[in-house]
Design a protein around this ligand. Sequence first.
Ligand code: URA
Length: 185
Amino acid sequence: MENWENLEKICHSCTACGLCETRHSVVFGVGKRDTDVMFVGEGPGEQEDLQGEPFVGPAGKLLDDMMSIVDLDRTNSYIANIVKCRPPRNRDPLETEQEACIGYLRNQVALIKPKIIVCLGRIAAKKLIDPDFRITRQHGQWFRRGNVWMMATYHPSALLRDVAKRPEAFDDLMTLREKIKELGI
Ligand code: URA
């Protein structure tokens, strides 16, 4: 396991998969490193790739709104992605790309030691909770993995495309609020 400084340095010069050839930035993560709550998305989009920070495009604006419902923001929680470099045209990251990158996220989790990880969307839920995860059926449910409570909700981009899913995402956030209270965070 690397410390933050080394991890960030190694990650920023990573060439472990083909995404390094088209990226503008490595999007490492943002937020409080000493936090109990982490959010994990799938991978940087166009704005994130240009600015080097996760969730700064339209989906990021919605994520900020979602987080504020449970009194969280970029200063009191940590936000990262399964892959740190943008997949071309925002396609789903390939399994090989996820495998090449996941060690960085695992190292970030080991350093942060969060009590709760919220997966944003199907890709993160499949990678972190269960390869057979079904987001429509299992969002809002809690899964214990070691010392960490994990839950998935809809990806903010999905909520931008389909507003009908927003009430369910709101319920997931209420579940998150309950868990935060229950754990005394
Ligand atoms: N979508 C993601 O999954 N992550 C980001 O950082 C931005 C958009």
